[in-house]
Structure formats: structure tokens, C-alpha cells
Design a protein around this ligand. Structure first.
Ligand code: ADE
Length: 224
């Protein structure tokens, strides 16, 4: 899968792309994540990509032309399944959307800044708008990183079996059961004996019960 990220701050992604699962996915050829600096297509001699907003709104707005040029340039090279604008007024990103996006071949993530992007970009090119929660970030970059991470770890062959994405919280609509590792007894606290019983059926039942209990206690809304 290929993810093209349009941003005015490509450096914000450097640590994120060069570590952990996202790095491994790229090395294995499962994901190609390509950063593009929107400024490169600025038509302004000072490379400005923002301008005053029309009307009485305070704050700057991302100009349409540099973004449009990037999108059209990318579209001239391949077809995109979705062109996604990261924005607090988008649909709230959840696991089912990550699952859906992980089946795509090519997507674009556009990171907004300032007061947002000229509305005509949203009308003309954007096929989906995503928010990562009801709070305002200073730009869409962190949100794009969140979405990229959630998608990439789902791509076949990225996680080993030992950490399969299928057992993650939310994959079955529930939070995960508690997990333990060695030692069996730590500072007087023991691992539940059932997990050492070797009885797979009982262990599965215990995990299911715990997942349900935890969801009921912490996120009853998920059970509605
Ligand atoms: N840009 C600013 N805030 C955001 C949010 N909550 N989600 C996605 N993009 C954003």
C-alpha cells in the first residue's frame, strides 16, 4: 500500500517513519509512505502557502493552488482510492475505518494548517475527512501519523503472528483482556492461575470474560 502525505512540515514525520512497526513495514515493502512538502508547489516567490481569510474570520487559510497542484501531480501518476483531509470537523477515526483503509492501494493524506484549507479544495478533491478526536491540534500532521500507524500495522505481513492485529482492542468491538508476562510472582502479585493451566478452552473463556468486564467498566458505550 502507498500513502502520500501532503504537509508543510515534512520533518515532523521523520522520527515516526524511521522507527518501529512503520519502519519495518517499509523495509519489508508492505507500505510505501511518501512525504511531499506543499510549499514545493507554491506559486508565490516567497513560497507562501497561506493567505488571509475572506469575510471577518480571524486567522490564515491554506491556499488552494499549491495543494491542487500536488494532488493533480500525484493523480497523474496513479489512481487514488481516497483523498483524505485531516481536520477536527471530519468523521471521528475509529478501528473500522482503519480496517477499511488498510484494504486500499493508494491514499493521500492532506494535513491542514492555520484555520484550514480553502473550502474549494474540499469540494473538488477530498473524498473523506478524518478527525482523530474532539480537540484541536495545531495541524493535521500528528493526526496523519496516527492514521498511518493504525493502517500500516494492519497490512498483511507487517506484524508477526505473535502480535496479530486481530487480537487488538476494538477488533471485536471490545477492549482487550489484561496481559501478563514473567515472572509469575512480582512484588507479591501473582498471574491468574488459569493462564498457566495450559487449558486453551478455559483460557479463551477467561480472556473473553475479562474483555467483556473491562469494556463494561470502562467503555459501556461500546456495548450499546
Ligand atoms: N487537525 C487539527 N486538529 C485535528 C484533529 N483533531 N483531527 C484531525 N486533524 C486535525
Amino acid at each position: 500500500m502507498r500513502i502520500d502525505i501532503l504537509t508543510i512540515f515534512p520533518d515532523m514525520f521523520s522520527g515516526f517513519l524511521s522507527d518501529s512497526i512503520v519502519k519495518r513495514a517499509q523495509e519489508k515493502g508492505k507500505a510505501e509512505i511518501v512525504l511531499h512538502n506543499i510549499r514545493d508547489f507554491s506559486t508565490d516567490k516567497f513560497k507562501r502557502v497561506d493567505d488571509y481569510s475572506y469575510g471577518h474570520g480571524a486567522g490564515m487559510v491554506m491556499k488552494a493552488e499549491p495543494v491542487a497542484r500536488w494532488i493533480e501531480h500525484l493523480q497523474s501518476e496513479r489512481d487514488y482510492d481516497e483523498i483524505i483531509f485531516m481536520s477536527p470537523d471530519g468523521k471521528v477515526f475509529q478501528q473500522n475505518i482503519a480496517n477499511h483503509l488498510s484494504t486500499m492501494e493508494n491514499i493521500i493524506l492532506l494535513c491542514g494548517h492555520y484555520k484550514g484549507v480553502d473550502e474549494r479544495i474540499r469540494e473538488k478533491y477530498i473524498t473523506m475527512e478524518l478527525s482523530i478526536g474532539d480537540y484541536v491540534l495545531s495541524g493535521g500532521e500528528l493526526a496523519a501519523a496516527v492514521v498511518t500507524d493504525a493502517i500500516v500495522r494492519l497490512l498483511p505481513g507487517v506484524l508477526g503472528n505473535e502480535s496479530s492485529a486481530l487480537t487488538d482492542s476494538f477488533q471485536n468491538g471490545l477492549l482487550s483482556a489484561p496481559v501478563y508476562t514473567r515472572p509469575y510472582e512480582w512484588r507479591g502479585m501473582k498471574v491468574p492461575d488459569i493462564l498457566l493451566s495450559g487449558n486453551e478452552k478455559l483460557i479463551d473463556e477467561w480472556n473473553a470474560e475479562q474483555a467483556l468486564r473491562r469494556t463494561r467498566e470502562r467503555r459501556p458505550d461500546l456495548l450499546d
